[in-house]
Design a protein around this ligand. Structure first.
Ligand code: TYD
Length: 214
């Protein structure tokens, strides 16, 4: 963790494809950490700040902003702008106060969706994002993995711009997440199982990795 030598907050990120159940697990991890007496901030990308909520509407909103839609590099930069604000306004201050931060998505989402899904290449997407993350690196990323069919079955209702992308886009995103988890030795949880089973496993492995009892 790179928030400063005196900071004691831990930064945990839940990543995964749409419909993998991240928001439920963010709440479960936060409850577990609070039960151990820790102060916890839960947050998400995009939209973890007031500026970010506006960016979220721009990048995901139902009305296409102009005839050309959202160009791929514009999309990268909008997510990176959301992240820069999120790091500066929410994540870094919380960690510096000694609070834990549990976030629904962070950098890996851009590497997977824009780098792999949009075929922009993860190195270039990472380079753009280095200003946004500004040295903040998660202590732990947990990947919630579900196959495309499961993800689709869980996405009821109107799909946003990204959810509406075709199967091969989402397969590239999933493969990129799995590759990131492998390269960073981060845990991958099979999130297609019953919610109770997934929640128990996520809580236990976060507790073990952060050194608190589950
Ligand atoms: P999310 O909030 O997880 O979706 P939902 O509102 O359905 O729970 O994420 C919104 C979408 O943004 C999701 O399809 C993934 C996409 N996304 C990117 O493409 N790149 C990014 O860097 C981030 C953070 C999200």
């Amino acid at each position: 963790m790179t928030a400063g030598p005196e900071a004691s907050g831990r930064f945990v990120v839940l990543e995964g494809v749409d419909g993998s159940g991240k928001s439920t697990q963010v709440a479960a991890v936060a409850d577990m950490l609070r039960a151990h007496g820790r102060e916890v901030v839960t947050t998400r990308e995009p939209g973890g700040t007031a500026l970010g909520a506006g960016i979220r509407d721009l990048v995901l909103g139902p009305s296409t902003p102009g005839p050309a839609g959202v160009q791929a590099w514009a999309e990268v930069l909008l997510y990176a702008a959301d992240r820069a604000q999120h790091v500066a306004e929410v994540i870094r201050p919380a960690l510096e106060r000694g609070h834990d931060v549990v976030s629904d998505r962070f950098l890996w989402s851009s590497l997977a969706y824009q780098g792999a899904g949009r075929n922009l290449g993860s190195d270039d997407v990472a380079a753009v994002n280095s200003r946004a993350t500004a040295g903040i690196d998660p202590d732990l990323v947990v990947l919630l993995d579900v196959p495309y069919e499961v993800s689709c079955a869980r996405l009821t209702g109107r799909r946003d711009r990204i959810e509406a992308e075709p199967r091969d886009f989402h397969e590239r995103v999933r493969a990129a997440f799995l590759d990131l988890a492998r390269r960073h030795a981060c845990p991958v949880v099979d999130a297609s199982r019953d919610l109770d089973v997934v929640t128990k496993e996520v809580r236990e492995l976060v507790a073990a990795r952060l050194g608190v009892s589950a």
